[in-house]
Design a protein around this ligand. Structure first.
Ligand code: G16
Length: 577
């Protein structure tokens, strides 16, 4: 017999987490995200929804991550993770928004009831939810509210108990990893051991193998660890967030021989430090090193963001000039390396590589990918869920946002093909050594890369692998193409929801008439390109511009930002780049 909602118990629990009447919540680019003080009722209700989602999927584990990632420390947020470690399916996002905005307990119960009916959810199914959080001080009370929601969602006495796994302090990609491991544990293709130690061991084993093996088609180094010259230490800015303790834990597992790392901005205990003047978002948007970090010429530096799902690299030249190696540079590095491996493995007639970018991708990177590497490129709206989905249509889909959020997906048939090609090569006495090495490396890459979501640690190991195999300095990596000068600014407006876009966010539909004026500004500038889109994670509108010179890019972004501010309800002070 199907269980029903236990109206009384739910109403009583919900009364402890009343909705703030004047707020409207939206499940946006990365779930709910706003000031932490406004999120208590949202957490409780996300708990209810997570249980419903799990029941709807017949008890598969669902993830809930409490984080606001790159946002300032005063913000927090929450997002749901689907069974294979991917973002919540788009069809359920409106339910999240609906539950969060139910003004009273009665309306909440009615909303739950309608979602159960609309989704055909059988409440008598089991439920399994794994939840974790980042280092924000606000996480503690918010996780309590979430757990209240999760434990209140019993849905009647006949329903099986909800199985809860508290992952505690984790990076966002670690939580995604755990979810996939739990759901594939009994399958023919288990993703890994569903523990954080298991995650470290999986990455460490793959990286160790890739570090030790010979790169086919590249001159092996006569030096260093098992025939390959180790790279000098990398300095990693952890945004004073969860990436700091987690990177240190990983280094203990892999050993400093394999990964010499200098960890900076690792202060997770002093209030107000998270993402402050450091971290991937700061470095990317300000196009400078974290405040107080003075890069030594030609050395490798990287910055994680607050929940360690994004990474950017950078270095300084002999004149101290800062050079950014962002998500676009990582995508081109990874795509080129993987294409070479696929070719060397003799799989290029079967396996096609593609790259997915967003409107923020530097025009020079897209030109390099299509014209030099000859790889197909798809452009989609901002948000990992869009990139991930598009990347699934390739045999190997490399997706990266320019801000450093991305990963590589191997289709199930490609994974199987790589494995069987390796089996056939190892069992053949006449196997070509370099082909075997390429197949071994490809297989190890599939283990190294966190295929559930962008992962700063896993992405860093991917970049380090390529640099190690190519024996490249960051400057050599940077030489592939030169970014067009670009600038991104935030404009505060009265209502960012008044902005609507089309064409993968490259054009504004609303406010009417604004796009034509932006187009006119671009026409005046050599190589001018600019677009405007509402942020899904912050209360602002983002304005991007690029041009062939620094001055022209700065002028263009300023003019476009003024246009938005003056003609579309700017608030506060006029923006400056
Ligand atoms: C999140 C999303 C990213 C997105 C970023 C900024 O990153 O996961 O896909 O690029 O927000 O989004 P928006 O421009 O809409 O504010 P994170 O690292 O903050 O979770």
């Amino acid at each position: 017999m199907a269980s029903t909602l236990d109206q009384q118990a739910l109403a009583a629990a919900s009364a402890q987490h009343p909705k703030l009447q004047h707020i409207t919540y939206t499940y946006g680019t990365a779930g709910f995200r706003t000031e932490a003080d406004l999120l208590d009722s949202v957490m409780f209700r996300v708990g209810l929804l997570a249980v419903l989602r799990s029941k709807n999927l017949k008890g598969k584990a669902i993830g809930v991550m409490v984080t606001a990632s790159h946002n300032p420390e005063k913000d927090n947020g929450v997002k749901l993770v689907d069974p294979m470690g991917e973002m919540l399916h788009g069809s359920w996002e409106p339910y999240a928004t609906q539950l969060a905005n139910a003004q009273t307990d009665d309306l909440l119960l009615a909303a739950l009831d309608s979602i159960v009916k609309a989704t055909g959810t059988d409440l008598s199914q089991p439920a399994h939810v794994v939840y974790g959080h980042d280092t924000r001080p606000s996480c503690k009370p918010l996780v309590r509210a979430l757990v209240d929601g999760l434990s209140s969602a019993t849905f009647g006495s006949e329903a099986p108990k909800v199985e809860l796994v508290n992952a505690g302090l984790v990076t966002t990609p670690q939580l995604h990893y755990l979810v996939r491991c739990l759901n594939t544990a009994d399958s023919p293709d288990p993703y890994g051991e569903p523990t954080i130690d298991g995650y470290y061991r999986k990455l460490a084993a793959a990286y160790t193998e890739l570090s030790a093996s010979r790169a086919s088609g590249h001159k092996p180094s006569p030096f260093g660890l098992r025939g390959r010259e180790l790279l000098p230490a990398i300095t990693v800015d952890c945004a004073n967030g969860v990436g700091a303790p987690k990177l240190k834990e990983f280094v203990k597992v892999i050993g400093t021989d394999y990964l010499p790392v200098i960890v900076v901005r690792d202060n997770t205990t002093t209030a107000g430090q998270l993402n402050l003047n450091c971290g991937a978002d700061f470095v990317k948007t300000q196009q400078r090193a974290p405040l107080g970090v003075k890069p030594i010429a030609w050395q490798r530096y990287a910055s994680f963001d607050g929940d360690a799902d994004r990474i950017v690299y950078y270095y300084a030249d002999a004149d101290g000039v800062f050079h950014l190696l962002d998500g676009d540079k990582i995508a081109t590095l990874a795509a080129g390396f993987i294409m070479d491996l696929v070719k060397d493995a003799g799989l290029d007639d079967k396996v096609k590589v593609g790259v997915v970018q967003t409107a923020y991708a530097n025009g020079a990177s897209t030109k390099y990918l299509t014209e030099v590497l000859g790889v197909p490129v798809t452009c989609v709206p901002t948000g990992v869920k869009h990139l991930h989905h598009a990347a699934e249509s390739y045999d190997i889909g490399v997706y990266f946002e320019a801000n450093g959020h991305g990963t590589v997906l191997f289709s199930p048939s490609t994974l199987a093909g790589i494995r069987s090609s390796l089996d056939s090569a190892t069992s053949s006495p006449a196997a070509d050594e370099s082909q075997l090495a390429a197949r071994t490396n490809l297989r190890a890459l599939t283990e190294l890369i966190n295929q559930t979501v962008g992962d700063a640690l896993s992405d860093m190991l991917l970049v380090e692998t390529v640099l190690l195999h190519r024996q490249w300095t960051p400057a050599q990596w940077d030489r592939a193409y030169t970014d067009y000068p670009n600038r991104l600014v935030k404009v505060l407006v009265n209502d960012r929801h008044a902005f609507e876009t089309t064409d993968a966010e490259r054009k504004l539909v609303k406010p009417e008439g604004l796009q034509a004026k932006i187009d006119a500004l671009c026409k005046e500038v050599d190589g001018g390109r600019s677009f405007v889109r509402p942020s899904g994670t912050e209360d602002c509108v983002r304005v991007y511009a690029e041009a062939t010179t620094r001055q022209a890019a700065d002028d263009l972004v300023n003019k476009a930002a003024y246009l938005v501010f003056d003609e579309a309800g700017g608030k506060g002070t006029r923006p400056a780049s």
